[in-house]
Design a protein around this ligand. Structure first.
Ligand code: PFF
Length: 457
C-alpha cells in the first residue's frame, strides 16, 4: 500500500491560495485563450457554452478531484502514484508519464511563437504581423528565429521550476495569475465597447440552433469533452503531481471548484475578447472565426491592426497569452521533473537539466518540422501536429479511461472519498463522483477514442 511519508519529506505548496493559483495557472493556458473561443464559435455559440459548463461541473470536476486526491493520498509523482495503488497498473504510470514528456517541448515551441508576437507588437510593428499570413509562415518557415524564441521560453520555464515548488512555482503563480485576470478583464471591456461588438456578443452567447442537427450535437459534446481535458490539464499527471504537493488540511472539493471557476471564467472571458473583436473586423462574418489554429497568429493580428490603439491592445494581449502559456508549461515541466526526481532519486537541479535536454531534442523536431524538415511527415502530419495528436487524441483518453477503471471499479470511489474526508466533514459530490467514475467518464472516453477527428484538433 502507499505511504504518505514521502509527501511529508518533499517540498510542497505553502498555502491553499498558492496551490489554487498554481493549479489554475496550469489549467489556464493556450487552450483557454485560443482554442476555447474558436470551438465555441464553431459549435453553436451558446449551445457549446452550456454543454461545456454542464460537463465541467460533472465530468471535469470528477476527474480533477480524482487526480488531485490520488496525488495527495499517495504523495507521489504520477509514476509512483498509480503503481502504489495497484501494481498491475504500472503500464498506466508510464503512459501517463509520457504525456507531459511529449507535450512540454511542443508547448514551449508555441510559447516561443507567442513571445515573437509579443516582441513584434511591443516594437510597434504589429501591422506587419497579420496580413495574408505570410508573416507567420515566413517566421515558422525559417528555423532560426523560432528556435531562439523557443529557447527563451524553455529556459524561462526551467528557471522557475529549478527554484522549486514554493519558491518558484507558487511565488510566480501568485504574481502572474492576478495580472492575467486583470489583463483579460481589461481587454474584454475594451473590445466589447467597439462598434459592432454587440452582434459578436450575441453570436457567442446565444444558442445558435440554425442547422443544428443531432449529429452536430454529438460532435459538440465530443468537442466540449476534448476541450475540457485540454483546458483542465487532465490525464497528463499534472494534477496528480500538484496534488502530491497539496496540504492535508485544505479542502479538496472547494479547491477543485475554485480551480474550475478560474479556468472556465478565463475561457469565457477570452471568448468575450476574441469573438466580438473578430466580428467587428470581419464586418459580421462568423466564418472568420473558423481560422482554427491560425486564428491567434494571423486573424487576431489583423484585428488588432484595424483597431484604434491596436498596437497596445495587441502587445497587452500577447503578454496575457505568454503569462498563461508560461504557468502551464511550468506545470508540464514540473510533472516531468517530479518523475525523474522520484524514479532516479535525483535532486531537483539535475532532474531539471535532464528535462531541458529532452525538451531541446523533441522541441527542435517541432521547430524543424515547419522549416528545414517540412517534407518529413509522420502519418501525414508534421512533428508538432503529430505530438499534439497522439497526446491529446490517443494517450490522454486512454490514461483517463484506465484511471476510471482503476478508481471506479478496482479500488472503488471510496478511495477518493476517504482522502476528501481528511480535510472536510462531508463530501457533497459523493454520488456524482461515483456515477461519473464508474459509468459516464469511461463511456465518454470510449467515444473520444472512437471519434478522434471529430474535435478538429
Ligand atoms: N491546460 C493548459 C492549456 O489549456 O493550455 C495546459 C495544457 C493542457 C497544455 C493540455 C497542453 C495540453 F495538451
Amino acid at each position: 500500500m502507499e505511504t504518505n511519508s514521502s509527501a511529508k519529506e518533499k517540498s510542497g505548496f505553502g498555502s491553499k491560495l498558492g496551490f489554487i493559483l498554481a493549479a489554475a495557472g496550469s489549467a489556464v493556458g493556450l487552450g483557454n485563450i485560443w482554442r476555447f473561443p474558436y470551438l465555441a464559435a464553431k459549435y453553436g455559440g451558446g449551445i457549446f457554452l452550456l454543454i461545456y459548463l454542464i460537463l465541467a461541473v460533472t465530468f471535469g470536476f470528477s476527474l480533477m478531484i480524482t487526480e488531485i486526491a490520488i496525488g495527495r493520498r499517495t504523495g507521489k509523482s504520477v509514476i509512483g502514484a498509480y503503481s502504489s495503488i495497484n501494481r498491475k497498473f504500472t503500464p498506466l504510470c508510464w503512459l501517463a508519464a509520457f504525456v507531459p514528456v511529449i507535450i512540454t517541448p511542443y508547448y514551449c515551441v508555441i510559447g516561443g511563437w507567442v513571445l515573437k508576437y509579443l516582441a513584434t507588437f511591443a516594437a510597434g510593428q504589429g501591422a506587419a504581423a497579420g496580413g495574408d499570413g505570410s508573416f507567420f509562415s515566413g517566421f515558422i518557415g525559417n528555423a532560426g528565429q523560432p528556435a531562439v524564441f523557443f529557447l527563451i521560453f524553455l529556459f524561462a520555464t526551467a528557471a522557475v521550476v529549478m527554484l522549486g515548488v514554493e519558491k518558484g512555482i507558487e511565488r510566480i503563480s501568485k504574481f502572474m495569475m492576478p495580472v492575467l485576470v486583470l489583463l483579460t478583464i481589461g481587454i474584454a471591456i475594451y473590445t466589447l465597447t467597439l462598434d459592432g461588438a454587440a452582434e459578436g456578443l450575441k453570436y457567442y452567447l446565444l444558442p445558435n440552433l440554425k442547422g443544428f442537427t443531432g449529429a452536430m450535437l454529438l460532435k459538440t459534446i465530443a468537442a466540449a469533452m476534448g476541450q475540457l481535458f485540454y483546458s483542465m490539464s487532465l490525464a497528463m499527471g499534472i494534477m496528480v503531481t500538484y496534488g502530491s504537493y497539496m496540504r492535508k488540511e485544505d479542502s479538496l472539493e472547494q479547491s477543485v471548484r475554485q480551480i474550475e471557476i478560474f479556468d472556465t471564467g478565463i475561457a469565457i472571458l477570452a471568448g468575450l475578447i476574441i469573438v466580438p473583436a473578430v466580428f467587428v473586423f470581419s464586418g459580421g462574418d462568423a466564418s472568420a472565426l473558423n481560422a482554427g489554429p491560425s486564428l491567434m497568429f494571423i486573424t487576431l493580428p489583423n484585428v488588432f491592426d484595424s483597431m484604434a490603439g491596436g498596437q497596445i491592445v495587441g502587445a497587452v494581449f500577447f503578454i496575457l497569452v505568454a503569462l498563461a502559456a508560461m504557468t502551464s508549461s511550468i506545470s508540464l515541466m514540473e510533472t516531468v521533473v517530479s518523475i525523474i526526481m522520484e524514479k532516479f532519486r535525483m535532486k531537483r537541479i539535475p532532474a531539471c537539466l535532464i528535462t531541458v535536454l529532452i525538451c531541446l531534442l523533441l522541441g527542435m523536431l517541432s521547430v524543424l518540422g515547419y522549416s528545414s524538415w517540412s517534407n518529413v511527415e509522420i502519418i501525414g502530419m508534421q512533428f508538432l501536429d503529430f505530438f499534439d495528436f497522439i497526446s491529446n487524441n490517443i494517450m490522454m483518453p486512454i490514461v483517463a479511461l484506465l484511471t476510471c477503471i482503476l478508481i471506479g471499479w478496482i479500488v472503488k470511489p471510496k478511495y477518493i472519498e476517504d482522502e476528501v474526508l481528511v480535510s472536510q466533514k462531508s463530501f457533497r459530490a459523493r454520488t456524482l463522483l461515483s456515477v461519473m467514475l464508474r459509468f459516464v467518464c469511461p463511456i465518454c472516453m470510449i467515444i473520444i477514442l472512437l471519434t478522434p477527428f471529430v474535435t478538429d484538433i
